[in-house]
Design a protein around this ligand. Structure first.
Ligand code: ZN
Length: 200
């Protein structure tokens, strides 16, 4: 049968569905939603994406997405520099920050180990974490990766790299159900998870 999907539409669906978390159906929905928008609004949406690409980059120290060279956390002199909270993505740190319960620094891995998606330790900001811990007077590293199979595997991988150093390594305590995603947790649950973190 002849493929009647226009080439330009097929390309968008193909590229979007190659992103983690997007299947063909959600990619189709996104493409059609944009096409269905009034043209001016659709162009504004694309411009917003362009602006994000131009302005946002990872913080030089911790990898948190920011507009400055150093993120607001790293440049805040009142933060506790001896504690580093390790998260998968910037939005996990933004969620923890919203609870107001954490006064240390962050380290953003940029993902999690995933054999299925062929994401290995080299693809993540793990080496830079080890360097940070070695270089700075770190007392505690809190592993706040998601309570999923991949998040747990990532936490234990990092634990093994750090365990012989003279620091406390903690795992965030999850009142969250296994398989939950940190950035979706409500503030109360997340605050409790931080409060009840346990040394590994
Ligand atoms: Zn930073």
């Amino acid at each position: 049968m002849e493929n009647i999907i226009p080439e330009a539409l097929r390309k968008v669906v193909e590229e979007v569905s190659s992103l983690p978390g997007y299947g063909e159906k959600s990619a189709q929905r996104l493409a059609v939603n944009i096409l269905n928008m009034p043209r001016g609004e659709a162009i504004q949406l694309i411009k917003t994406f362009m602006e994000m690409l131009e302005k946002i980059h990872p913080c030089r120290e911790c990898g948190l997405y920011t507009e400055e060279e150093l993120c607001p956390v790293c440049s805040d002199e009142t933060r506790d520099r001896s504690t580093i909270c390790v998260v998968e993505e910037s939005f996990d740190a933004f969620a923890i920050e919203r609870t107001g319960k954490f006064r240390g620094l962050y380290h953003v891995l940029g993902g999690r180990l995933s054999p299925l998606e062929e994401i290995t330790a080299e693809d993540l900001n793990i080496e830079s974490l080890v360097e940070r811990v070695k270089k700075n007077p770190t007392k505690e590293v809190i592993l706040a990766t998601n309570p999923t199979v991949e998040g747990e595997a990532t936490a234990s991988y990092i634990y093994n790299l750090l365990k012989n150093m003279d620091i406390t390594i903690s795992r965030i305590a999850y009142g969250l159900p296994f398989g939950a995603v940190l950035e979706n947790a409500d503030d109360f649950t997340l605050a409790k998870a931080l409060e009840h973190k346990t040394p590994i």
